[in-house]
Design a protein around this ligand. Structure first.
Ligand SMILES: Cc1cc2nc3c(=O)[nH]c(=O)nc-3n(C[C@H](O)[C@H](O)[C@H](O)COP(=O)(O)OP(=O)(O)OC[C@H]3O[C@@H](n4cnc5c(N)ncnc54)[C@H](O)[C@@H]3O)c2cc1C
Length: 406
């Protein structure tokens, strides 16, 4: 029996499909389509334009109040939209941590004026962001940041360095955690700021990683002056704002966009899609037989499909919590480790499916799917380090969820 509700959802599904057909870049999904090079200006601009299109169509911007540019839709509709975007695969958003990290922390801790200034521009893909947390001696031990910010009238004077800054190159804005009280104990000595990357005293340079790209870089502050109005939350409470940002990041944005929606927003929508893995197995042959015919491979692919679904529902659960106004807790660490480790298992499996073709990287005419599978596997190595390593998240799970002693 079909209910009115499911008919409406079917209609929405058809609407999204036809919108995607009309709006995806020309040739999308065909071997002829050549995506812009990773981490290039071209990819960034494509992501901005794609986010604006999605936003104008009402297909992104979920989980935020209307007054800050949020788009309100029932949860079931959001799920349909996300499923369709995941199924088709779409261009990613801009090279930015705005939706995943900046906006959730701003929503939770900023003042009214700041929320109205920053959030709508993030949701529409107009301004891109990076995250200045880690330093050479402050990675897992984030409370050890050595970058300082000293108050001088209506400004803060910042000196120091950040490293491993993802999406550093085209960021219009950055988050910043800096020590503002040299006497106060750890966790109470730092303050959270945002700054525009076109100000004097700021410079950045790339760090090259094993995938061949410079997804992340280093940022340097040399008497960089930030207006006081760019402080987010209270002075000395930066640790707590940073924790909100990190929880949102570890949840894959699940808390805000629903079902890992922000993963789609930042171009990781493939993670929500197990069908592409099935297609790869069907279209790849080992010794003349399709890989899909091999029971052992089929079982492992189905396992990934099950885990993908579990991840989707975990995201939905976090979204429900956020909608009730409850802060995300340590479950974000469970989600983060799960998605990062699954991403690596998925990467390893695809290499086995590809066999000798796993040696063909982007740029090679023989690379399958333009080398995307190989790239995903290489990039997945960083997944268990970024946003807090698997060890750190296991410590959190052990102490704060399981109640085990330190
Ligand atoms: C792809 C990628 C993107 C990143 N993007 C950003 C970004 O945008 N912004 C940003 O600020 N940072 C970013 N980072 C940095 C990331 O947050 C840090 O690399 C991470 O927190 C680990 O810090 P570290 O590299 O200094 O390693 P360390 O903290 O030196 O850790 C080294 C090893 O020791 C282990 N270890 C450390 N302490 C403990 C402990 N208490 N218990 C058990 N084991 C422990 C760790 O798990 C790790 O295996 C990124 C990193 C990667 C790989």
């Amino acid at each position: 029996m079909t209910t009115e509700k499911s008919e409406n959802l079917d209609a929405l599904r058809r609407e999204v499909r036809s919108w995607l057909r009309a709006n995806l870049p020309k040739g999308w999904g065909t071997p002829e389509y050549k995506p812009p090079p990773s981490y290039s200006r071209e990819q960034h601009e494509q992501g901005k334009e794609w986010t604006r299109k999605l936003y104008d169509a009402g297909y992104t911007g979920f989980g935020y109040p209307k007054e800050y540019g949020g788009i309100e839709r029932p949860r079931a509709e959001i799920a349909v939209i996300r499923e369709e975007l995941g199924r088709t695969g779409t261009p990613g958003g801009p090279l930015s941590l705005g939706m995943l990290v900046a906006a959730p922390a701003i929503l939770a801790h900023a003042n009214e004026e700041q929320k109205k200034r920053y959030i709508p521009r993030i949701l529409r893909g107009e301004e891109s962001w990076c995250e200045g947390f880690s330093e050479p001696d402050a990675g897992s031990d984030l409370a050890n940041v050595q970058t300082t910010a000293k108050r001088d009238g209506d400004e803060w004077v910042v000196n120091g360095q950040k490293c491993w800054t993802s999406m550093w190159e085209f960021a219009d804005w950055s988050l910043l955690v800096a020590k503002t009280d040299l006497e106060a104990p750890r966790h109470r000595n730092m303050t959270y700021f945002v700054f525009s990357t076109d100000i004097p005293g700021f410079s950045r340079r790339p760090l090259r990683q094993m995938s061949g790209e410079s997804e992340f870089g280093e940022m340097f502050f040399d008497d960089m002056r930030i207006p006081h109005e760019n402080m987010i939350g209270e002075e000395g409470r930066g640790w707590y704002v940073a924790m909100t940002a990190l929880m949102a990041e570890r949840s894959g944005g699940g808390g805000f966009e629903g079902a890992g929606g922000a993963l789609a927003g930042i171009g990781m929508e493939g993670l929500l899609d197990a069908d592409s893995l099935v297609n790869l197995a069907k279209n790849t042959k080992h010794y003349g037989k399709s890989v899909w015919e091999d029971e052992a491979f089929r079982q492992r692919i189905v396992q990934i499909a099950i885990e993908t679904q579990a991840m989707r529902w975990s995201g939905t659960r976090m979204a429900a919590k956020m909608r009730k106004g409850l802060p995300l807790g340590n479950e974000a660490s469970v989600f983060k480790n799960f998605q990062a480790e699954m991403r690596q298992r998925r990467g390893d499996l695809t290499m086995e499916i590809l066999g000798a073709y796993s040696q063909m990287v982007r740029g090679s005419s023989r690379a399958v799917s333009n080398g995307t599978w190989v790239y995903d596997m290489l990039r997945s190595r960083g997944a268990t380090i970024e946003m807090g390593t698997s060890e750190i998240n296991r410590n959190i799970i052990a102490e704060r969820i399981l109640g085990l002693p330190r």
